[in-house]
Design a protein. Structure first.
Lengths: 347, 616
């Protein structure tokens, strides 16, 4: 258990790892800021230091089973209680909030969300890692919610195994490993196969963000969305795979007409639809203190992006932003399930 | 739903179900008025589910009007209408029973591709019947729903049009998110507009599906142009492809105005049976037309010739072009007219490209004579040199008051611009020929071993990425990602801070060219002869442009256009958005040099010994 304590930091700072407690924190000494760039001539006899290789001979291969087991314990998908998960002060490191709500009309919540955050301080200098997923299921007889939850599980399994475990093994620079965007594509394709086999009548959207250091890797299928919010404004960084979006791109519809269009709910790409799945991949740098917001259409159909930006600007806590946004969508009728994840970059 | 055996109007005994839909079913029935022969009819049932009294009556009236219209038509491909009888909650239409299969069933049953000549024949028949509808007076009849499942091939092999969309009148808006689009409808139909050209789009979509086997319902809507027919099915004559693609234009004005006009176009190509190996006349003409404008589209403003090949890429700074040549000289020319300012002789050829340090008034360049030279830009006088122990083929990079460059002696050098003093050198062990990238506090450089390393400003290696073959391509950076090509045929994107692979893209030959960035795309050439445009953040190919030779030149992006040279001797300018050729200019030799853009002019060297200035 001592080892787990070290890797996952099951300390006071992270509270207990309850059913949703995927807040994984490690506390060591305070990080010291790197100094200003200096180009110095080396001292006589100084030999260049070969990096990755030497440092960090920590516990590696022999501890994997433990890691996997404990991750399995911590990764739940539903139900999703309102999280008061953010213990750290914003600014020190990545923080996030999440909320999934049934809305005011539906009798079940077909959305699924899942968040993982790992933060550390050690000589290994592991970058901050996060994985965040929003899936909006569709289909009757609970097929939609099953498709969404299967997707969050399979994606998490694959990304944690292929990226996070590889980070711990210090093998991310292995040239034969699949590229990060390939891992994310494969994660959604695996989810696609699983949903097709297990829930043939169901389908789901999926928008996921993997954060490594100051880079966010986004993979996306369907009409859930990712927005980037900075001091300059808000930008939608995913493209809806919907019929009306295509019509807007072809200048056949205005966004206003699209909002009223009888076929505005028609997707042309989703998980569980087809044997092959084309996944959009997007990479974004997260400037300090900027936010990444993932949401299902239950939010963006009712709350325009400028309002999202305003609410984000007004609240310093990401969890608070989630709660305000869900509240507003519900005040506006809440006809659909509403899910939001807000991730704030350190700085 | 009606049970088998039940009798409608005392006349039609239901014998089976042909199809079940949300708004009602279609039955096979026997007409009991002909007791001595078995005469089948199709009975279409439509449920009138609207609860509002007024709406229900209106629906019924529309139905009657449509039935009347249908009954008045006469065409061999349109099934005969025998009878109809509406009631409060439903309406029945009795029509000719067609013994055959619809094209949807034929498509899903056939593992092999349908013979092109057969599809061509169906295309003419389909246009014939829809042309008949479009020619109706006073108003053309618009079918609105041309798709494989509405087209049948009967037992005689004739094409028949079924389901005149009357059921649509009864449909109400459906709720909830759904997957899958109709796939065959024209864009304007989603705005509620339909005209004969909308049916033309449906014909095009149906033919595209028949010829490629790719179901448009499983593809993003309106993306037929992204799946060129002949790429999937080379048996299709280019003229046939051209007719189908014209029918699929987004803008109705660009399509055939009606099915009759499309039929005419099809007959033009069907008439004389296509001869195998014959020249595709139409496509040929188009292509040469492009080339004509291309070769005449640009003229050289000036050219300056030296005594040997120009492989180095020029830089332009404050109205002066600096370029190295294999005649050992670095030339400074006036950008405006190509007149000579000065030259500086080294002891061997110059293959690397110069860099200008503005504040220090220095132009820096390496020579095969193992030296890096710093020459005063104003007079062409030497300021200082750095001696290495190998040819300097790496082009220098300038940042933070230093110049960074690699040498064939295996070292990466950091030299203070003010003094020419070596601050540090990082030993790579193998020749370093790519231009280092300095992005913030990170230096990234490629090695002949295929390693790409991230080095901090103190000369300490932070990370190492191993490509399978040499990296001579110079890295480029955008938003925390670093991009380069390798002789292992791939283009890579890495996390700048850690060197972790973000994506890779495989070309069909080694990549020597260095990437350029513009419009969220990465442009890079390959020895396979193509210039590729890749999505910056995912590595997905946006387009590629094929040339007649290798591309080792590095592209440059400027104001919506990409410029590069080809080993085929041409300078190319293509649209950054589409990869369409803007112009090309033929020089007298291969072009490994990369262009420089300055005030609307492209400067580039050629192995014909000359430097060219072309209007961008």
């Amino acid at each position: 258990m001592n080892f787990l304590r070290r890797v996952f930091g099951l300390t006071d700072a992270s509270r207990s790892a309850d059913d949703e407690g995927i807040q994984i924190t490690q506390e060591f000494e305070a990080e010291t800021r790197p100094e200003e760039p200096v180009i110095e001539a080396p001292h006589d006899g100084a030999t260049p230091v070969a990096p990755n290789g030497g440092a960090g001979t920590g516990a590696d291969a022999d501890t994997d089973p433990l890691l996997e087991e404990s991750l399995g314990m911590m990764i739940g998908t539903r139900p999703l209680p309102h999280l008061e998960s953010v213990m750290l002060r914003p600014g020190q490191r990545l923080t996030f909030g999440q909320l999934s709500d049934i809305g005011m009309v539906r009798t079940n919540n077909q959305d699924a969300i899942l968040s993982v955050h790992v933060s550390s301080a050690s000589t290994d200098d592991l970058p901050e890692f996060g994985l965040f997923i929003v899936a909006d299921g569709m289909g009757g007889h609970h097929d939609g919610e099953k498709a969404a939850s299967i997707t969050t599980r399979i994606v998490t399994q694959h990304v944690m195994g292929e990226i996070f475990m590889t980070m711990l093994e210090q093998k991310m620079d292995d040239p034969d490993r699949p590229a990060i965007t390939e891992v994310l594509r494969e994660a959604l394709q695996r989810a696609n196969r699983a949903v097709s086999e297990q829930i043939p009548e169901g389908g789901t959207t999926a928008t996921l963000a993997t954060v490594i250091g100051d880079l966010a890797y986004i993979a996306h299928v369907g009409d859930s969305r990712a927005y980037q919010i900075t001091d300059e404004g808000i930008e939608q960084i995913t493209r809806d795979h919907s019929l009306v979006q295509r019509l807007i791109e072809l200048d056949q519809l205005t966004p206003e007409e699209a909002a009223e269009h009888p076929q505005r709910n028609v997707l042309y790409r989703a998980i569980g639809q087809n044997e092959t799945l084309d996944v959009d991949a997007i990479t974004r740098r997260l400037p300090p203190r900027s936010r990444l917001l993932l949401c299902s259409d239950g939010l963006w159909n009712l709350v325009p992006e400028e309002t999202i930006r305003e609410i984000s600007a007004r609240h310093s806590s990401p969890q608070e932003v989630c709660e305000r946004l869900v509240k507003l969508a519900n005040e506006r009728g809440g006809p659909d399930n509403i899910s939001v994840i807000v991730i704030q970059a350190p700085g | 739903m009606l049970q088998v055996g039940s009798v409608l109007q005392g006349r039609y005994r239901i014998t089976g179900v042909i199809g079940v839909g949300g708004m009602g079913s279609v039955y096979q029935a026997r007409d009991l008025r002909f007791p001595n022969v078995v005469r089948y009819v199709a009975v279409k049932e439509m449920l009138n589910l609207t609860t509002d009294q007024g709406m229900r009556e209106m629906t019924l009236r529309t139905f009657e009007r449509e039935s009347d219209m249908l009954a008045s038509l006469s065409h061999p491909a349109i099934p005969g209408i025998y009878d109809y009888f509406p009631s409060k909650t439903r309406a029945y239409l009795v029509m000719e029973y067609i013994n055959g299969r619809d094209l949807d069933a034929i498509l899903s049953a056939s593992n092999e591709r349908l013979p092109v000549s057969l599809v061509q024949q169906w295309a003419v028949e389909l246009c014939d019947v829809l042309g008949y509808l479009h020619a109706q007076e006073p108003e053309p009849i618009i079918f609105r729903d041309v798709k494989p499942s509405n087209i049948m091939i009967d037992q005689h092999g004739r094409l028949r049009l079924v389901d005149f969309g009357i059921a649509k009148i009864f449909q109400q808006g459906q709720k909830g998110t759904m997957i899958g689009t109709e796939g065959y409808s024209a864009p304007e139909q989603y705005r509620g507009e339909a005209n004969p050209a909308s049916d033309v789009y449906g014909i095009g979509a149906t033919l595209h599906h028949l010829l490629t086997g790719r179901d448009p319902r499983l593809e993003p809507p309106f993306t037929f142009a992204d799946r060129p027919i002949r790429e999937v099915n080379p048996d299709v004559p280019p003229e046939f492809e051209a007719v189908v693609m014209k029918a699929l234009s987004f803008d109705p004005a660009d399509r055939y105005p009606n099915a009759g006009a499309m039929k005419e176009a099809l007959l033009q190509i069907v008439g004389p049976a296509p001869v195998a190996g014959a020249q595709p006349a139409a496509a040929h003409v188009d292509e040469s037309a492009i080339w004509d404008t291309a070769s005449s589209g640009v003229a050289a403003l000036w050219r300056f010739c030296c005594e040997d090949e120009v492989r180095s890429s020029p830089v332009v700074h404050r109205g002066v072009v600096y370029v190295g040549a294999y005649d050992n000289n670095l030339y400074a020319l006036n950008a405006a007219d190509g007149t000579f300012r000065w030259k500086y002789p080294t002891s061997e050829g110059i293959s690397s490209s110069p860099a200008v340090a503005d504040a220090e008034n220095l132009v820096l360049f390496g020579s095969l004579d193992q030296l890096l030279y710093a020459v005063d830009t104003r007079l062409g006088q030497l300021s200082w040199t750095v001696a290495t122990h190998g040819a300097v083929q790496s082009s220098p990079a300038i940042a933070h008051g230093h110049v960074f460059f690699g040498s064939d002696d295996g070292n990466l050098y950091a030299v203070r611009l003010a003094t020419g003093r070596v601050q540090w050198k990082w030993p790579g062990g193998v020749p370093i020929r790519s231009r280092p990238l300095v992005a913030g506090e990170m230096i990234v450089v490629g090695l002949e071993s295929g390693d790409v390393v991230g080095i901090d400003l103190a000369g300490q290696m932070i990370w190492r990425f191993k490509a399978k073959r040499a990296v001579v391509s110079s890295p480029a950076e955008r938003d925390g990602l670093v991009f380069f090509g390798s002789m292992d045929w791939h283009v890579y994107a890495l996390d700048l801070a850690r060197g972790w692979k973000v994506w890779s893209f495989r070309t069909n030959k080694p990549v020597v060219s260095s990437p350029a960035i513009g419009e969220d795309k990465l442009f890079i050439g390959s020895v396979d002869g193509s210039l590729y445009a890749l999505d910056l953040s995912s590595g997905k190919e946006k387009w590629h442009f094929e040339t007649a030779g290798q591309i080792t030149s590095s592209p440059v992006y400027s104001e919506g256009a990409v410029y590069f040279g080809g080993i085929d001797g041409k300078v190319y300018s293509v649209e950054a958005k589409s990869g369409r050729l803007r112009w090309s200019y033929e020089t007298g030799g291969p072009i490994p040099s990369s262009p420089a853009l300055y005030e609307g002019v492209v400067y580039i060297g050629s192995m014909d010994h000359c430097i060219y200035a072309l209007k961008a």
